[in-house]
Design a protein. Structure first.
Length: 248
């Protein structure tokens, strides 16, 4: 007998974001709708399996191993459909109305599916991709309202080699984004969070100290970032504070 599925609200909204990015609505041979989530991240598949109380199906393609997890619970399938999850949704993604309490969980779910955070030339860069430009514009407004990111921040453009738009943020806004996403988070893609923490630990603290104390080109920029992001030590998340407290 299958275990009864009862999701916490924050998990329900996290999954909504993840499904918009990497899920789809399917119909079984018997005519039952279900939702299928696909990921190439094995630890993520295990986490999703745990909260959904279902097993993971592993299959190998020519290029990589993929994992699928399915939601069959009728009440949840109907709820996700009511939030805009539909068949062949690419380009028709609907940005749902999410109450403020669960905004960061929803956006983190979408970020784990169709977002990125990288360290490039000792800079921290983040972004989101979506085939629907309006979806990203709504996301940008929410990040302005709830994550402390300027409404004019970020660059938006359509990729020439793909049918999607990308919204990208630079270092200071990426740190604000990550603080917002991981606040009260118990499910997330570990490698993305670890990239953010790795930057804070291995690069940001060194650059803030060396360039913030100097008079060379670019020093004023880092002094401003230091003031904006780390001026109030009490506001820094513990995961960042443990790396930065010695130099602030």
């Amino acid at each position: 007998m299958a275990k009864e599925l009862k999701l916490e609200e924050r998990h329900k909204y996290y999954l909504l974001g993840y499904i918009i990015a990497d899920g789809c609505l399917c119909t079984s041979s018997k005519g039952y709708d279900f939702i299928q989530i696909t990921t190439t991240d094995a630890p993520m598949a295990k986490k999703l399996s745990k909260i959904l109380k279902t097993k993971v199906t592993r299959f190998k393609t020519k290029w990589k191993v993929r994992y699928t997890i399915s939601i069959w619970n009728r009440a949840y399938v109907d709820w996700y459909k009511s939030q805009g999850i539909c068949k062949r949704k690419t380009g028709k993604e609907i940005y749902p109305d999410v109450i403020p309490e669960y905004k960061n969980h929803f956006i983190r779910g979408f970020f784990d599916g169709d977002g990125m955070v990288i360290i490039f030339k000792k800079l921290l860069i983040s972004g989101f991709a979506c085939a629907n430009r309006e979806f990203l514009l709504r996301l940008r407004r929410d990040l302005s309202d709830y994550a402390g990111i300027s409404k004019d921040a970020g660059t938006m453009r359509k990729e020439n080699d793909a049918e999607c738009y990308k919204l990208k943020y630079s270092i200071s806004d990426t740190i604000r984004l990550c603080r917002f996403l991981y606040n009260d988070a118990d499910i997330y893609m570990e490698r993305k969070k670890n990239t953010y923490l790795s930057f804070v630990k291995d690069i940001a603290s060194q650059r803030l100290y060396v360039q913030g104390q100097g008079r060379g080109k670019g020093s004023h920029k880092w002094v401003k970032i230091k003031s904006d992001l780390y001026g109030d030590i009490k506001s820094i998340p513990l995961e960042e504070c443990q790396y930065l407290v010695k130099i602030l």
